[in-house]
Design a protein around this ligand. Structure first.
Ligand code: CMP
Length: 140
């Protein structure tokens, strides 16, 4: 199996409830290593650029308002099959459909305030990592 890097965001609903440590513990228990992370407050423009693929969706305004409403933690996660492993530990986008034991089942409030984001492919992981991090900031 290949060692991969994926991109993760701990979202505003989680930073506001002070549960970033609980989420990081879940990631680490799943075998993912946090090789970069920083707490930032995204601008609306930054959120719009990040979620550009969703700009035609009806929830785009709500999504970008939410993501720029409070601090987030942006992260680079490293490990075997990191992209798939992170999606597994996050659980389904809608917490009502998430499996027991996943981050979203345990912590997410609803489909919008769903505590975490994770890249959906290795290709997007590279793009998303580059959106927030320089190579020097990633220490594996
Ligand atoms: P994320 O993995 O960050 O990628 C896009 C986000 O859009 C997704 O998680 C959800 O939080 C959000 N999203 C998807 N569907 C809806 C919806 N119907 N209403 C509000 N937000 C949504």
């Amino acid at each position: 199996m290949a060692i991969e890097r994926t991109f993760s965001i701990v979202k505003p609903d989680a930073t506001k409830r002070n549960i970033t440590g609980a989420i990081n513990a879940k990631l680490e228990e799943a075998g993912l290593r946090i090789v970069a992370q920083k707490r930032i407050h995204m601008s609306k423009e930054q959120a719009e650029g990040f979620y550009d693929v969703h700009k035609e969706r009806p929830f785009f305004g709500e999504l970008t308002e939410f993501m720029s409403s409070a601090p987030v933690i942006v992260q680079v996660l490293e490990g075997e099959n990191a992209v798939a492993k992170n999606r597994e530990v996050m659980g389904a986008t809608n917490p009502k459909e998430a499996d027991a034991g996943t981050i979203r089942k345990e912590h997410a409030l609803n489909i919008g305030e769903n505590s975490v984001h994770g890249s959906d492919s290795l290709e997007n992981a590279k793009i998303e990592i580059n959106y927030f991090f320089t190579e020097e900031e990633i220490v594996g």
